[in-house]
Design a protein around this ligand. Structure first.
Ligand code: PFF
Length: 446
C-alpha cells in the first residue's frame, strides 16, 4: 500500500506547529510560570528548549524520515531484531494515554467556549469561575463534551494526512496566531498592564531550583510534543527534500513565541485584577472567567480566548491520535477507518475514567494522586522524558553517523547544514542524554 505523505513543506511545518501549539501553551505554560515564580522559569524554559529540546526534536524527526514508518515500525526497520522495538511500544502507548486526558480538557474548553458564546460574562463571569468546579466534578456534562471533542478529532483523522491533518492545520494555525495576538493586544492596553509584564520579564534567580528545572524541562517537552513518537510519525510523512533542521527550528520558534504571547495575554490581567498568579491548573478555567467579567469588552475577549483554546487543543489532539492510527494501519493492517475507531474507543474509555476522577472516582488514589493527575504525571514527567532520552541515544549511539549526516544535510544538498552538524551531533550524543538523565533523576530527589 502506498504511504500517504504531506503535500507541501508549509503543510508539514504547520502540522508540526499545530501539534506543538496547544493546551500546553495556553493552559499549562501560564500556570506553570505562575506556580514557579515568573521570569526565571521562562528563562530556564527557553534555554532548555533551544539547547536540549531542539536537538531531541531533530533526532526524532531523523528517525521518522529515515524509516518512513510508524513509531513502532521505525525501530524494527532501523534496528531489526533488537530490543529497540520496546521503545516503539512506549512511543505508541504514551500518546494514547495523553490523548485520553487531553480530550477531557479539550471537552472543558469546548464547554467554556459554548458558555462564552451564550452567557453574559460581565454579569455571570463570577459564577462561571465557580461553575468550573461543579462542572468538572459532575458525571455527564464532561463526558458528553469529551465525546464531542474526541469525535471531531476522529473525523479529521479519518479524512487522512493531506485532506485532514494538513488542510485543517493550514487554516487553523494562522487563525490561532491572530486570535492570541488580539487577546494580548486587549490585555496589554489595559491600564496597569506594566506590572504584570515586569513579572514576566524580570527574572528573580533565587527561584531557580532543581525541581523548577525539572518542571521547565517537562514543560518544554510537553509543549514541543517531543518524546512521544509524534514528531517521528509526522517525520515519516515527509519527503527527502524537506530541510529537517530548519523545519525543527521554525516549529520550535513558533511554539516558544506562542507561549510567550499567551503569557503576555494572560499574566498582566491576573495582576491588574489582583488575583493570585499561582492558581495552578484552574487558572484558565477559574481565574480567567473572573477576569473577563471585570474587563472592558470581556465577553468578546472570552469568546476569542476559548475559541483559541479549542482550536489549539484540536490541532494537538489530531497529532496524538495519528500515532495510534499509523501503527494500527501499518503494523496491524487495519483500514484507516477501523484504526480510527479503535483509537477512539480506547481513548474514549480511558478519558471517561479520567473525567470521573474529578467526581465519583475522586477517592481512588494511587501514589497520592487521583487518576487524571497520575496519568498526566506519568506521561509528562516520566514516559516522555524516557522517550526523548531513547530517541537521542538511538540517533547518537545506534544509528551510523554517516546516515544521520545524510538526513541532516539531505545527502549533502543542504550545504548550510554542514557546519551545524558537528555541534548538534555532539549535543545529541553527549549533552542531551546526560542532562536529561540528571534532570530526570532530580524529579525523585525532594
Ligand atoms: N504540545 C501540545 C501542547 O502544548 O498542548 C500537547 C501535546 C501534543 C503533547 C502532542 C504531546 C503530544 F504528543
Amino acid at each position: 500500500m502506498e504511504r500517504e505523505n504531506f503535500g507541501s513543506k508549509l503543510g508539514v511545518l504547520l502540522a508540526m506547529a499545530g501539534s506543538a501549539v496547544g493546551l500546553g501553551n495556553l493552559w499549562r505554560f501560564p500556570y506553570m510560570v505562575g506556580v514557579n515564580g515568573g521570569a526565571a522559569f521562562i528563562l530556564v524554559y527557553i534555554v532548555f528548549t533551544v539547547i536540549l529540546c531542539l536537538p531531541i526534536f531533530i533526532s526524532e524527526f531523523v528517525i521518522g524520515r529515515r524509516s518512513q514508518s510508524n513509531a513502532l515500525g521505525s525501530f524494527r526497520k532501523l534496528a531489526p531484531g533488537s530490543k529497540w522495538s520496546l521503545v516503539g511500544i512506549l512511543a505508541v502507548l504514551t500518546p494514547m494515554i495523553i490523548l485520553s486526558y487531553y480530550s477531557v480538557v479539550g471537552g472543558w474548553s469546548l464547554r467554556f467556549f459554548c458558555s462564552a458564546c451564550t452567557m453574559d460574562f460581565t454579569k455571570d463571569g463570577t459564577d462561571l469561575a465557580g461553575m468550573f468546579g461543579l462542572f468538572a466534578s459532575s458525571v455527564w456534562g464532561p463526558i458528553i463534551f469529551h465525546t464531542i471533542f474526541l469525535g471531531i478529532t476522529a473525523a479529521i483523522i479519518l479524512a487522512g494526512v493531506q485532506k485532514g491533518i494538513e488542510r485543517f492545520s493550514k487554516v487553523m494555525m494562522p487563525l490561532l496566531f491572530i486570535l492570541i495576538i488580539l487577546m494580548a493586544a486587549r490585555t496589554l492596553t489595559l491600564p496597569g498592564a506594566k506590572e504584570g509584564l515586569q513579572w514576566i520579564l524580570k527574572p528573580n534567580f533565587s527561584k531557580v531550583s532543581l525541581s523548577m528545572c525539572a518542571a521547565a524541562l517537562g514543560q518544554a517537552f510537553f509543549s514541543l510534543s517531543i518524546g512521544y513518537g509524534i514528531i517521528l510519525t509526522y517525520g515519516s510523512y515527509v519527503g527527502k527534500d524537506v530541510n529537517i533542521v530548519s523545519s525543527a527550528a521554525k516549529t520550535t520558534g513558533m511554539d516558544m513565541l506562542f507561549s510567550l504571547i499567551a503569557c503576555c495575554a494572560i499574566m498582566p490581567a491576573v495582576f491588574i485584577f489582583n488575583v493570585s498568579p499561582n492558581a495552578g491548573p484552574g487558572l484558565v478555567f477559574q481565574t480567567l472567567p473572573f477576569i473577563f467579567s471585570k474587563m472592558p469588552l470581556g465577553n468578546f475577549v472570552a469568546v476569542i480566548f476559548f475559541a483559541t483554546l479549542v482550536v489549539a487543543a484540536l490541532t494537538s489532539a489530531i497529532s496524538l491520535f495519528e500515532v495510534g492510527v499509523a501503527w494500527l494501519v501499518e503494523e496491524r493492517k487495519l483500514s484507516r477507518k477501523w484504526a480510527t475507531l479503535w483509537v477512539f474507543f480506547f481513548t474514549w474509555v480511558v478519558g471517561i475514567i479520567c473525567s470521573l476522577s474529578f467526581g465519583p472516582l475522586n477517592g481512588i488514589k494511587l501514589f497520592k494522586m487521583e487518576i487524571f493527575s497520575l496519568l498526566d504525571y506519568l506521561s509528562s514527567n516520566i514516559l516522555m522524558i524516557l522517550g526523548g532520552l531513547f530517541f537521542v541515544v538511538f540517533v547518537g549511539w545506534k544509528m551510523k553517523k554517516a546516515d544521520v549526516r545524510e538526513e541532516f544535510t539531505n545527502s549533502g544538498a543542504l550545504k548550510g547544514n554542514n557546519w551545524l552538524f558537528a555541534p548538534v551531533y555532539f549535543i545529541i550524543k553527549w549533552v542531551a542524554p546526560i542532562a536529561v538523565i540528571l534532570i530526570f533523576i532530580s524529579n525523585f530527589i525532594k
